[in-house]
Design a protein around this ligand. Structure first.
Ligand SMILES: [Zn+2]
Length: 301
């Protein structure tokens, strides 16, 4: 009897320890944050992203299942600024999970320390502008990935200090891989420095700045405002005047207005990924840049 009890006790311990391994539950708003969290957290974390990689991160329809996921989370990671302003703050509040509310140990704003671009002199949501604190698409510069990873590591270390050395080692490995890949990406992009491009939405400025492209204008007259006839006329004029060869879009925008402009000018349409999972082959944060740079360099040749 004593033996049986002892075995029962030992097997309970086994269950407890198996539950503990890898079960820091993390919810991220986007797939890029999920990928980086997995790279830093390794087998200590299980991560889910609310938005998919082929969804417009500004506009995500809230679902009850997101609130359930958030209610069980130990850590929440957000891009911040006003990228997810229309949906994620409400979901986090509805979860009533005190661990992940803004200011709590389990809340990570990945934008802390990012050198923001296009910060307006005054915050004004005129005409529905959704970039009022500066451009929020900062993860599209791979070097900003390092800042994001540092913020995520800080969050993991706050809630799980006993594994700090693991997170720090994974962070250093991430930095090293970014630096190695940057050399390759910069070399591939070097011949296309100064290439003029039209984009659908103003989400490329960090990528553009890092790799020396020149995004001249956008199909949207203002971020979040659909293309207007007068904007298309303006863009067509610019493409003709500057001999622009490419219009880049993202998986979540309809192609109808780009089709019109392409037909009128001969400029090629190219859909790039803005997040991990934007296309099936893009499984992690490194794949994202591999994919976009391969596509761009092929079209710009
Ligand atoms: Zn945007």
């Amino acid at each position: 009897m004593k033996n049986k009890l002892f075995i029962f006790f030992i097997s309970c311990l086994g269950i407890l320890s198996s539950v503990k391994a890898g079960t820091i539950k993390v919810v991220t708003t986007t797939t890029d944050l999920k990928s980086i969290t997995e790279l830093i957290g390794g087998n200590k974390v299980s991560v889910s992203s609310i938005a998919t990689g082929y969804q417009n991160p500004h506009f995500v329809d809230p679902k009850p299942s997101y609130i359930i996921g958030l209610s069980k989370a130990d850590l929440f990671v957000t891009v911040g600024l006003d990228l997810e302003t229309g949906w994620s703050p409400q979901l986090v509040a509805s979860s009533r999970n005190t661990k992940i509310q803004k200011g709590a140990a389990g809340y990570v704003d990945a934008s802390i320390g990012i050198g923001l671009l296009q910060v307006p002199t005054s915050a004004n949501r005129a005409e529905g502008d959704i970039h009022i604190y500066g451009n929020p698409h900062y993860w599209l510069d791979p070097l900003n990935g390092k800042v994001i990873a540092r913020n995520i590591a800080n969050g993991l270390e706050r809630i799980d200090p006993s594994n700090k050395s693991i997170y720090e080692a994974n962070l250093q490995a991430f930095y090293k891989k970014i630096e190695d890949k940057m050399k390759e990406w910069k070399a591939k992009m070097a011949p296309f420095k100064g290439s003029k491009i039209i984009a659908y939405h103003n989400e490329w400025v960090y990528f553009e700045t890092r790799f020396g492209l020149d995004v001249v204008d956008f199909m949207e007259p203002k971020p979040g405002i659909p293309p207007s006839p007068s904007q298309l006329v303006k863009v067509i004029k610019e493409i003709k005047a500057d001999n622009i060869k490419v219009i880049i879009s993202s998986p979540y925008f309809t192609t109808s207005s780009s089709d019109v402009v392409s037909k009128q000018t001969g400029a090629k349409e190219l859909t790039l990924a803005t997040s991990v999972g934007g296309f099936e082959s893009i499984k992690n944060y490194f794949d994202l840049f591999d994919y976009d740079i391969n596509q761009l360099t092929t079209v710009l040749k």
